[in-house]
Design a protein around this ligand. Structure first.
Ligand code: IVH
Length: 685
């Protein structure tokens, strides 16, 4: 057993290491260690924290892994209403916006009777507003804005955001008459959850790999990530949190917005670095122009600046209208909007057969970038916006990321515009398209559709899949349209002669490609599963499946319940895997791959371990194994370990001097076993 000092050193080291690897995984998408190595570190830290409970910290990586899905969000009534801001739209001319700002200043001065007013200016972040309740300095509840009065309880999800302080250090400014406890009993911190632009690009790339539609902008991505019933999904999304206000301070004085922000920063909240405090009217106007200039270079999306009266006393004096305060305005940037002609709407077919309508635009410069295509998402979107071919449309770049057709200028219509309807047949293969129940998207369900096939082949051969050098998108398209490949297995039946029949194919390239294909016949099982392109199965899920089942046959035979025993696999993903292996066309391709000599390297399956899918809770001292080793054993053998007894617990393992968990187990009728029985179970005796 480690002594306290050694334990503290090890705990600090593990926390640092885990934070670093979290960042590599979630933010950089470039992990340096395998998932199981990560899990081992995490298990060790969890064990040490439970052996030395006073060293546990709410900001430890052990606390950030997400929890199982909720049925639905519960409502949270905000202590202080979450107001919104009056927007002033500068539109095209800057002078207009300046007039609005000058007007705002005049109003503030005349109502308050002050001669001049000092302001705080902040970027207006384009994310999702949240309210964070701290009770006696501890984070207890996180909520969305909802209707301003009542929001949704997203506490579990907010807990997964790395920059969230769980505890506020005990150094609040004391009230004029110092209180025994300087914390306001309840304090709401307000802020914005955002997703950085680069993170969104990566997330969309991953969604594409998994056959899922991309998020159109960072705000949707942040909202979609935070409003997840399963916080384990939120934990995997790179979210950041900037805080900008303290509501409900219960008498603790913060004389100015400047001091509010300084306190937030001191307590460990992330305050936007571009904030400027205590400035005059002209400086506000200059700030607006300056931020507008540097906006494109910022890593996150903003859509304006917020000007706030700095003094909280004057803020109170000014008060609020029904929905927005009189002491602040949001000066929106002239949107990066341009008009152009919608020349056509074409329909693209993705790997999973989803038909996506795409606007073909007369090329136009929008905020320094030429835009000629924009996704229209689906038919409902087109109908909602009432877009017709030939229309003059307003195009905007939603962030720097994705161009979007926002609306149509109906006045420009001359009657020649043509309404658009989605085809009833796949534009690539002519097969009938269907609308899958519960989805807006239309799908071509012909498994040998050329468009899907192209996407499918290039996915199959891509770097994280079978990694066939020389088999990029173009080569895949060429092979498909020449009729040389009609499923991934055909790649392995290509010959040099067949390749040389393709246009512009040199002898050397053909030889190299054949060699690369030959060299791809023994992939790891995880790569092979990923290559199959099963909907919702990205690289990470493929790795988990490979570890659990060890071979393709085992995976193919698994039922939905069995699949869901794997951490992170829910009903939807399980159904997708199950269905894949029941589709005759897929089975034929798998058989053909086998016949071609493609055989993934099998692994030792965890599935046959007696601990597979079982959920353990330990209590008391385990004399022989020790908590740490026991937990590792369980996890290496495909089980999970929890800290409290629930309906899902399979066994409570009771060591010496067990705690109240035994009573919990009795109440729920959960089997309680001693250490000897546990060891026998592990050894499968
Ligand atoms: S102050 C009454 N500061 O804008 C004060 N809001 O239109 C309202 N927002 O719901 C909040 N950046 O989601 C404030 N620096 C900032 C902000 C900001 C973005 C959002 C927030 C709010 C919306 C109001």
């Amino acid at each position: 057993m480690m002594d306290r000092h050694e334990a503290q050193i090890r705990i600090d080291l593990l926390r640092e290491a885990l934070k670093y690897h979290n960042q590599r995984y979630y933010q950089l998408d470039d992990p340096e260690i395998t998932d199981s190595e990560y899990d081992l570190f995490l298990a060790e830290l969890t064990q040490l924290e439970s052996a030395f409970p006073d060293m546990a910290r709410p900001d430890s990586p052990t606390q950030r892994v997400g929890s199982p899905p909720l049925e639905k969000f519960s409502p949270v009534v905000h202590l202080t209403t979450m107001l919104s801001l009056k927007d002033v739209f500068p539109m095209k001319t800057d002078s207009f916006s300046e007039a609005e700002i000058i007007d705002f200043d005049r109003r503030c001065r005349s109502i308050s009777g002050e001669e001049s007013i000092s302001y705080t200016v902040e970027p207006k972040l384009d994310g999702l507003a949240v309210s964070l309740l701290y009770e006696n300095g501890r984070f207890t509840t996180g909520a969305t804005r909802g209707d301003g009065t009542t929001g949704e309880n997203v506490t579990q999800n907010i807990l997964t955001i790395p920059s969230l302080p769980r505890v506020i250090p005990d150094d609040l400014p004391t009230a004029p008459e110092p209180k025994a406890n300087p914390f306001p009993e309840k304090m709401e911190i307000r802020g914005e959850v955002c997703m950085e632009k680069a993170a969104l690009v990566k997330l969309n790339r991953r969604r594409d790999q998994e056959g899922l539609p991309p998020f159109a902008n960072p705000r949707n991505a942040a909202a979609g990530s935070l409003r997840q019933l399963d916080s384990r999904i939120t934990a995997r999304r790179p979210l950041t949190l900037f805080c900008y206000a303290i509501a409900a301070t219960e008498g603790i004085p913060f004389p100015t917005q400047k001091e509010t922000l300084e306190s937030l920063a001191r307590w460990g909240f992330q305050v936007n670095p571009l904030v400027r405090t205590g400035i005059g009217l002209q400086a506000c106007i200059d700030y607006y122009h300056h931020i507008n200039q540097i906006r494109a270079e910022l890593p996150y999306e903003i859509d304006g600046v917020v000007i706030k009266v700095d003094s909280l006393r004057i803020q109170q004096q000014l008060g609020a209208l029904a929905r927005s305060p009189r002491w602040a305005i949001a000066c929106k940037f002239a949107p990066v909007h341009e008009r152009t002609t919608l020349e056509d709407i074409i329909v693209q077919v993705g790997r999973t057969g989803v038909l996506t309508p795409v606007a073909v635009l007369k090329p136009v410069h929008v905020g320094g970038v030429t835009v000629s295509r924009a996704t229209l998402h689906n038919e409902d979107e087109i109908r909602k916006k009432d877009l017709r071919i030939g229309d003059t449309v307003i195009v905007q770049r939603a962030g720097d990321v994705i161009p979007e057709v926002v609306s149509v200028d109906r006045e420009k219509r001359d009657g020649s515009e043509k309404p658009f309807t989605m085809p009833e047949q796949c534009p690539e293969c002519g097969a009938r398209v269907v609308r899958i129940e519960g989805e807006v998207a239309l799908r071509c369900i012909n498994l040998s559709c050329q468009a899907q096939l192209r996407e499918h082949i290039s996915h199959f051969a891509s770097r994280p899949a079978l990694d066939i050098d020389g088999m990029g998108d173009k080569m895949a398209a060429q092979l498909v349209s020449a009729g040389l490949v009609s499923d991934p297995a055909d790649l392995f039946f290509l010959t040099k002669e067949k390749l040389l029949s393709l246009e512009r194919m040199a002898d050397k390239s053909a030889t190299n490609l054949i060699e690369a294909i030959e060299g791809a016949k023994k992939p790891t099982l995880a790569r092979f599963i990923f290559a199959l392109g099963i909907r919702h199965v990205g690289e990470r899920t493929a790795k988990l499946l490979a570890g659990a089942f060890g071979s393709l046959d085992e995976l193919g035979a698994a039922g939905s319940e069995e699949l869901q025993k794997i951490r992170d696999i829910g009903p939807e993903v399980a159904a997708s895997i199950f269905d894949f292996f029941r589709e005759p066309a897929n089975l034929r391709v798998l058989e053909k791959l086998r016949a071609a000599g493609v055989s993934p390297i099998n692994e030792e399956p965890l599935k046959y371990s007696p601990l597979w899918g079982k959920h353990f809770v330990f209590t008391g001292t385990l004399e022989n194994t020790g908590r740490h080793e026991a937990k590792q054993l369980v996890e290496t053998l495909g089980g999970t370990v929890g800290s409290s007894v629930t309906k899902k617990t399979s066994y409570v393992v009771a060591g010496d001097s067990p705690g109240s968990k035994i009573d919990d187990a009795r109440k729920l009728g959960t089997p309680v076993i001693d250490e000897t029985a546990f060891i026998a179970l592990v050894k499968n005796e």
